[in-house]
Design a protein around this ligand. Structure first.
Ligand SMILES: [Zn+2]
Ligand SMILES: [Zn+2]
Length: 289
């Protein structure tokens, strides 16, 4: 069972392995150099303001665009880093210093016809030419779907891995629901410092049988534009769980064939002559890049 003090969504929205910023420092970083006119009260009082991850995807960069050029375009908003893998990839991630900095940048973006955002990117400061690059922010509200029912059991819950970062909780819920049955809740894990999706999520099905079918399927293809990505559907395994056989507290493993969670030693003892597969937290069904 879930621990009573932790409703499902709360622990998984944060990466508990790294020190957490206080919510206040996240929403209004006063140490930032960003001279935004948006104050904390503006952000919290305006229900129409979307809160975003501090890490924002920028795609369609002009040929030969460099990290320094991206920084020159965005530094006036307050940027802590630009992530760009090699050259000529045509995309990068900009990490803003605070929510206010990110909001200011988003306000300078142009909205396209279908809710897409574009930014007039300057490659050469001595030239007035602007290239429109596409900006894809992640809205924090998209990390959650459904209401925490508070009584969900591990047997109703699955762990999803390999999730495309721009997938929303609602999209994931709809896709899994169409295949396996009613989904009550989805929580996409976010990085604690940037609040950007980490590619993993917890999904709570209404029925144990639906969760069991999803776990038995192991993988599920999600369509993104013209590509399919295989996401992993795994049992929810706690780091420290009492084994149903020996009663010791150990990292749990799962047998999909027996549909049982137990400790690794008990799994081995109960599977001497079987070919059942031991699934642990580190088990991956797909190739990891
Ligand atoms: Zn055991
Ligand atoms: Zn088994």
């Amino acid at each position: 069972m879930w621990s009573q003090s932790h409703p499902l969504l709360t622990p998984y929205l944060f990466d508990t392995t790294t020190p957490q910023k206080s919510p206040f420092s996240y929403f209004c970083d006063t140490s930032s150099t960003c001279s935004s006119e948006t104050s904390c009260s503006d952000l919290s009082s305006s229900s129409s303001t979307s809160l975003y991850s501090l890490k924002v995807f920028i795609g369609g960069l002009p040929k030969g665009a460099t990290k320094v050029q991206v920084l020159l375009n965005c530094q006036k908003y307050g940027v802590s880093d630009v992530e760009m893998q090699g050259h000529a990839t045509g995309y990068c991630f900009v990490i803003f210093k605070s929510q206010a900095c990110c909001q200011k940048f988003m306000r300078d973006c142009v909205t396209g016809s279908d809710d897409r955002f574009f930014y007039p990117f300057v490659q050469d400061v001595f030239c007035s030419k602007r290239n429109m690059v596409e900006v894809k922010p992640f809205k924090l509200v998209d990390a959650r779907y459904g209401l925490s029912v508070g009584k969900a059991t591990n047997a109703q819950t699955i762990f999803v891995g390999g999730l495309p970062r721009d997938t929303t909780a609602e999209q994931l819920a709809m896709k899994l629901e169409a295949k396996f049955g009613v989904v009550d809740e989805v929580a996409i894990d976010l990085d604690s410092s940037t609040m950007y999706p980490r590619g993993t999520a917890m999904v709570v099905f209404r029925k144990k049988s639906c969760a069991h079918r999803a776990i038995a399927a192991q993988t599920f293809a999600i369509r993104k534009l013209n590509q399919y990505r295989l996401i992993e559907l795994k049992p929810f395994l706690e780091v420290d769980k009492q084994c149903s056989v020996c009663r010791l507290f150990c990292p749990a493993v799962f047998c999909a064939s027996c549909s049982k969670v137990m400790c690794s030693s008990c799994f081995d003892a109960n599977h001497i002559d079987s070919n059942h597969v031991k699934i642990s937290r580190g088990t991956f069904y797909t190739l990891r890049r």
